[in-house]
Design a protein around this ligand. Structure first.
Ligand code: ATP
Ligand code: MG
Length: 412
């Protein structure tokens, strides 16, 4: 991609109504633009990141037998009345047609998926089932000043599991814990598995919390990471000794990037979702739900991986592999060399953002490279003779390498 043709450019200062670090950074670097409070457009660079996050999550959900589907955003009011959540769901948005018919705008999808699954499940042979989607959710959040961390419209992965027996559910819950650990590692996030309350239908749940001052939750955790609990339910207090001998427990603000939740038979009971066991007896299906805030993850990454110059994307979610700069000073020879490098890198399968601007000063290109935060910056210039300057975004050091050596580095 040539920067000159890219839709969505960097800007010096974020608009005044962006107050969170993530939205300031992501807006300045040309990834997102606010539509209304808590609602964002994703520009090409931003959409690339969002898709990479979604793809990692998708890959890991498929790996454990998840089947992807897509459920409606406009939902059935009657279903929400059946579960009682039409009145009680904290942030339910309600859309009204011209004939005054009301629709819940999906903040979550138990009310859709359970009646749907009921159409297909009748016997123990139909279970277990793991169904998920990556889909836009709506919530009437009171405070929507945290950029992508708290949207009124946002992207979520939600998986729902359906089991014949508690034992089977428990096994899957543990598989999910391992899978979430892997997902967040791949996303470049240090997410602590945190004990949390279970609300009205379970004793407990688990949240995946990333420590940051931008977070709205508080967690009590062991400095070595052996224990973490949401402060709301923590059985131990800040300052108490960590039982594993890792010094006093700490308290920090954190953002919940995902959670996993036993649902028991709460929704199965509401909709009469049962299966026939071997003896032909009707038994309620046991459920779990498992969420990851895809767009919140993007905000959380920007929130924790940055420096004074801009974002520092982890490799797996970066919008491009390489940011290529030519310091041409109107010399056609250097421009040719940079063009050649661009073609060779592309041929080698790398996704390059080529800053081909003729009218931008070298300093401006370097500043944009840092702000956009692609993991590797390559510079072709007169000074570097036959070589190319190779620099990682996260490091201050650079080295001079031949094009072949650079390509080899990526393949390694
Ligand atoms: P929170 O406590 O942050 O309000 P929640 O407990 O209501 O979130 P869930 O209903 O479990 O969240 O949703 C699953 C995941 O979706 C959360 O772990 C979070 O990552 C993400 N999420 C929830 N609300 C929002 C939002 N308003 N904007 C962006 N992501 C969200
Ligand atoms: Mg929560």
């Amino acid at each position: 991609m040539r920067y000159s043709a890219l839709f969505g450019k960097t800007i010096k200062d974020a608009p005044k109504d962006e107050v969170s670090k993530n939205s300031k950074l992501l807006t300045r670097s040309g990834f997102i633009r606010r539509e209304v409070s808590g609602v964002y457009n994703f520009l090409p660079l931003g959409l690339k990141v969002l898709k990479k996050i979604a793809d990692i999550v998708r890959e890991e959900m498929n790996a454990i037998g998840g089947q992807e589907l897509s459920l409606t955003a406009l939902q059935n009011k009657e279903s929400w009345q059946k579960t009682g959540r039409w009145k009680t769901f904290r942030a339910l948005m309600k859309a009204k047609t011209q004939l005054e018919t009301e629709y819940p705008l999906g903040p979550t999808h138990e009310e859709v998926i359970v009646p749907l699954v009921k159409q297909f499940v009748s016997s123990y042979k139909d279970l277990p089932l793991y169904l998920y989607q990556i889909q836009t959710k709506f919530r009437d959040e009171k405070r929507a000043k945290s950029g992508l961390l708290r949207g009124r419209e946002f992207l979520m992965k939600d998986l729902y599991s359906f089991h014949a027996q508690e034992k089977d559910f428990n096994k899957f819950y543990e598989i999910m814990k391992k899978t979430y650990k892997k997902v967040f590692e791949r996303l470049g996030l240090d997410a602590l598995e945190t004990l949390a309350g279970g609300g009205t239908f379970s004793q407990f749940s688990h949240e995946y919390q990333v420590i940051t001052d931008a977070g709205e939750d508080e967690i009590i955790y062991c400095p070595k990471g052996d224990f973490s609990a949401n402060a709301e339910v923590s059985p131990v207090k800040e300052g108490e000794a960590c039982r594993l001998g890792h010094g006093p427990l700490k308290k920090s603000k954190a953002i919940e990037v995902g959670n996993i939740f036993p649902l028991g038979t709460k929704f199965s009971d509401a909709f009469g979702l049962t299966y026939k066991n071997k003896e032909g007896k009707d038994i309620p299906v046991i459920m779990g739900c498992y969420g990851i805030g895809i767009s919140r993850v993007m905000g959380a990454i920007a929130e924790v991986h940055n420096d004074a110059k801009g974002i520092i994307w982890p490799k797996e979610v970066a919008p491009h592999d390489v940011y290529l700069i030519g310091i041409t000073n109107n010399e056609s020879r250097i421009k040719e060399r940079t063009d050649e490098a661009y073609d060779s890198l592309k041929k080698a399968g790398l996704d390059v953002l080529y800053d081909d601007r003729e009218d931008a000063a070298p300093g401006a290109k370097f500043a944009d490279a840092d702000l956009i935060g692609i993991p590797i910056r390559l510079v072709v210039s007169k000074r570097n003779e036959g070589k190319i300057e190779f620099k990682e975004r996260k490091s201050a050091k650079s080295e001079l390498l031949g094009l072949e050596e650079i390509i080899k580095k990526f393949k390694a």
